[in-house]
Design a binder for this molecule. Structure first.
Ligand code: TNX
Length: 542
């Protein structure tokens, strides 16, 4: 009781957040190496940030931190290139650091030093510094906070090169402002990839200048399934017209925002399946000629792109605009859930199978993807596809995103292809994360935080050479049942933080009870950021 009284008095006097004691360090993802020393560095309004070289990327590497300090502390640090030996945060590029995303952070009583091979590494060092500050750093201005950083020595680098989340903006459209916030959250957890699922049966969300109907028609649907998926006779519909899309100008803004936070955006244009919105706009690209309506129902649909010359021309033109917009080396071309029934009953498809000497419709899909790969490679880029692209033979250089468990990923690695692990049974963040009775309606499944966290993306069955093909991890947020950004935030975190730690931290340091305690502390920071999250772990038995 006396202790609580004392704490209240100290807080009122503004002393409550003077220093973080050792057990108050709650970094997520946990750094590869950290030594905690005694003492602290206090950031004051006259502390400066010193850069070893002044270029836009180095400025970016410290800008998020400085903006935050300005919001929370009411002051901005001067950023200079003049040498300083005390009361400074020195950011130095150091070519001797081997990992391009790694960094060293040394906090001493009179000086903080962040060293990295690249500005991206400096950025991650600054994110760690941010998490070492009192949680009030995430809140709007509050007087009386002492911006103390505990003295530490950290040497850190990621385990994997691909660490990301996917967001589906087709089933439910998410406004540009939310995409910015989502990118902030990725960067906060040292993730480097945002996979943007831009086309699907229920909506086409990216303006393509050459094909205006894609957004005039394809971006809107007349009805949406209400509530749980049921048999046709029991379905209820919300008949409100629903939709939205991003103009190319908006896409450019998002890309620039992501770049300044060292996030690569992988755009996804789905083919040959999940294409009803495109076919509603241009029915001549189908096998039957349509007509079609942009879907308001969830699921897998039989009408897919027909592999005719006209379709390839269309897709190449669409991809050209996408490639001109997005600097990403990888372009995701989907490839999942493409039923073959239309192709089986289509004279053109059957003739093509014969002409190309293909065995069946699976090999026709493989032919389709290989053609698209050739085109994407002619533009100097590479394709990623969902694990169905294994069926009928992989395109020569394709990277496989394994979603139906990890089997597809293992198979692809054994065939010497790069792999990103996104197994649904661990990483589908649209699945329930707590007892469904206590949760808003979701698609199904059950992936609580501990389950996500328990995944090790390095399957024991791979040889060392094959294991090199595992590029990393990704959590997927499909939005059939996620109508708005508030709910998307709730589904994305804290499980997204588990994905981030799996992707970044050494397996040997990962431990769920420890992670859970760090996450519970992290919630205070999410509150400050204004991020909605699921707090089911507060009720979870130890
Ligand atoms: C499967 S994962 C899909 C998506 C759905 C998701 C729902 C994948 C490549 N395809 O179209 O939205 O399940 O969990």
């Amino acid at each position: 009781m006396r202790k609580i009284f004392l704490a209240i008095v100290m807080t009122l006097l503004g002393w409550g957040v003077q220093a973080q004691s050792k057990n108050e360090i709650n970094l997520v993802p946990i750094p590869a190496k950290m030594k905690i020393n005694s003492g602290q560095f206090v950031i004051r309004s006259n502390t400066s940030i010193v850069l070893s070289s002044d270029n836009p990327e180095m400025q970016n590497a410290v800008a998020v931190f400085n903006n935050l300090l300005n919001r929370a502390g009411g002051f901005r640090l001067s950023v200079t290139v003049s040498p300083a030996s005390s009361n400074a945060i020195v950011c130095k590029l150091n070519p001797a650091i081997s990992n391009a995303e790694g960094y060293k952070l040394s906090v001493q009583k009179d000086l903080i030093t962040v060293e990295a091979k690249t500005p991206q590494g400096i950025f991650y060092g600054m994110q760690t510094l941010r998490q070492l500050l009192p949680f009030q750093i995430e809140r709007p201005y509050l007087s009386n906070v002492v911006w103390a950083v505990p003295c530490v020595e950290i040497e850190d680098e990621p385990r994997f090169v691909h660490r990301g989340l996917m967001l589906d903006v087709c089933r439910h459209f998410m406004p540009k402002e939310f995409i910015f916030k989502f990118i902030d959250m990725l960067a906060y957890h040292k993730m480097n990839t945002f996979h943007w699922h831009l086309t699907d049966d229920q909506g086409w969300r990216i303006e393509i200048k050459k094909y205006p109907k894609l957004t005039q028609i394809g971006a809107f649907r007349n009805r949406t399934l209400e509530g749980r998926y049921t048999s046709p006779d029991k379905r209820k519909w919300d008949n409100t017209r629903y939709g939205g899309f991003y103009t190319q100008e908006e896409i450019k803004e998002v890309i620039a925002y992501a770049q300044s936070r060292f996030i690569n955006i992988i755009p996804e244009v789905e083919m040959p399946g999940h294409a009803v919105a495109a076919l509603a706009s241009y029915p001549e690209l189908s096998c039957t000629g349509g007509p079609f309506e942009v879907e308001g129902l969830w699921g897998v649909f039989n009408d897919i792109y027909c592999p005719k010359e006209e379709t390839f021309t269309f897709l190449e033109n669409v991809l050209s605009e996408v490639i001109d917009l997005f600097p990403s080396e990888y372009i995701h071309i989907g490839g999942d859930e493409a039923p073959k029934v239309r192709w089986q009953n289509c004279a053109h498809c059957q003739a093509l199978i014969k002409k190309e000497g293909l065995k069946d419709e699976h090999e026709l899909q493989s032919y389709f993807i290989k053609r698209i790969e050739k085109f994407v490679e002619s533009k100097g880029r590479r394709i990623i596809g969902w694990d169905e692209i294994l069926e009928g033979g992989l395109a020569p250089n394709a990277t496989v995103m394994s979603w139906r468990g990890e089997a597809g990923g293992i198979e692809a690695a054994k065939q010497n292809h790069d792999v990103i692990m996104a197994p649904n049974n661990y990483f589908y963040l649209d699945y329930y994360q707590a007892d469904p009775k206590t949760q808003p309606l979701a698609i199904g499944g059950f992936v609580p935080l501990w389950k996500t966290y328990s995944y090790n993306p390095m399957p024991a069955s791979l040889t060392a050479a094959e294991a090199k093909h595992i590029l990393g991890v990704q959590g997927n947020i499909w939005t059939e049942y996620i109508q708005d950004s508030d709910y998307a935030e709730y589904m994305a975190f804290p499980r997204g933080a588990a994905v981030a730690e799996i992707g970044w931290s050494p397996q040997s340091l990962r431990n769920y009870p420890d992670f859970k305690q760090r996450m519970i502390q992290m919630f205070k920071r999410y509150d400050g950021i204004g991020w909605n999250y699921c707090n089911a772990i507060l009720k979870e038995a130890e």
